[in-house]
Design a binder for this molecule. Structure first.
Ligand code: SF4
Ligand code: SF4
Length: 327
């Protein structure tokens, strides 16, 4: 049975963390929050963990991948600017999938090819610090989503979200051709000042989504059921574990919102702060988070939030059974 430590104070959690098995080059995976979001994980908590790692003569870097939709976190330079504006200015930041989100390592899991941000292979261990909150497609976002979705590069994220290729919203398209110029496989053509995507040629890299100045490239959210998305997230977690298996998890149950930190808007937390959890087991920490958040949290959407846990168990990533140790 996995141990999950719980406290209201990060200092007490840090005292319980077994840092000894981490390597010398530690990636700290954080979601910096979308531009206008202000309920992302508290940077003061991340800074305390970072400072502890540094004090142990290890190197530590905040890591993340670019997002698939158009915004300031689509490309590395502006992504890092957002991170610093949000208070993550105390440590080096490494956007693992390159300046444009197109650098990845392909990891084969049972024939499923996951695209993980290429820079991850530089690190020998990882601390995953996750803001626990709701999510419109995955039911909730915790540690599984933070690395499953978060460490996929842009094409990987698109792959997780849908099997359908992006399409053009004609009323928004100005026919500028920027998507055409950025499509490596020539799946885009522009005729009569409107772009069109050939789904047969499209490889789902999502670059057209990133570069379109008019936000005219439609992301086919409706093409993926929640269960498929959660299963793919678990596949990606398994793929990440093939690159780094030396990982510890911290879930922060504060500022709990009904939607993800990817929303480019301010959200009001809908329930009280609960505390901070630490575990070496990705499944146990998310299960303990759901249990502590209770019925009020479970009712934020109708999605079966246990699916991603079940898939993660199936892939041998952890156990749902845990003992909660209050410190
Ligand atoms: S980049 Fe956007 S606006 Fe320009 S042609 Fe492509 S879809 Fe249309
Ligand atoms: S997703 Fe990639 S391959 Fe598909 S049309 Fe857009 S740029 Fe081209």
């Amino acid at each position: 049975m996995a141990e999950v430590y719980f406290s209201k104070q990060i200092e007490k959690i840090i005292d319980k963390i077994d840092f000894s098995h981490l390597g010398k080059n530690v990636a700290i995976k954080v979601h910096f929050g979308e531009d206008k979001c202000d309920t992302y994980v508290n940077p003061a908590i991340v800074k305390k963990v970072y400072s502890k790692v540094i004090s142990l003569n290890k190197k530590a870097t905040l890591v993340e991948c670019n997002v698939m939709y158009k915004g300031r976190r689509t490309e590395s330079i502006s992504h890092i600017e957002v991170a610093k504006e949000h208070g993550f200015d105390f440590a080096p930041i490494d956007i693992l999938d390159g300046e444009k989100g197109n650098e990845f390592i392909e990891v084969n899991v049972d024939g499923f090819k996951a695209k993980i941000g290429k820079g991850l292979e530089k690190y020998d261990s990882m601390i995953v610090i996750s803001h626990f909150k709701g999510h419109m497609m995955a039911g909730y976002g915790g540690a599984i989503k933070n690395i499953g979705m978060g460490l996929g590069n842009r094409a990987g994220k698109l792959h997780m979200h849908s099997n359908i290729k992006p399409s053009i919203i004609n009323s928004k398209c100005k026919g500028c051709g920027i998507c055409y110029n950025n499509c490596d496989v020539k799946a885009v053509e522009v005729m009569n000042k409107k772009a069109k995507i050939d789904p047969e040629k499209c490889v789902g890299c999502a670059m057209c989504i990133a570069v379109c100045p008019e936000r005219a490239v439609h992301i086919p959210w409706e093409g993926s059921t929640s269960a498929e998305l959660q299963e793919k997230m678990a596949y990606y977690c398994k793929a990440v574990s093939r690159i780094i298996d030396n990982v510890i998890y911290i879930n922060v149950l504060e500022n709990i919102t009904s939607e993800c930190d990817c929303m480019n808007t301010k959200q009001k937390p809908f329930m009280e702060n609960i505390g901070i959890l630490y575990s070496k087991d990705i499944v146990a920490i998310d299960k303990a988070s759901l249990d502590l958040a209770g019925e009020k949290f479970s009712k934020i959407n109708s999605i079966n939030k246990l699916k991603q846990l079940d898939f993660a168990v199936y892939f041998g990533l952890g156990k749902k059974e845990y003992s909660l140790v209050k410190v």
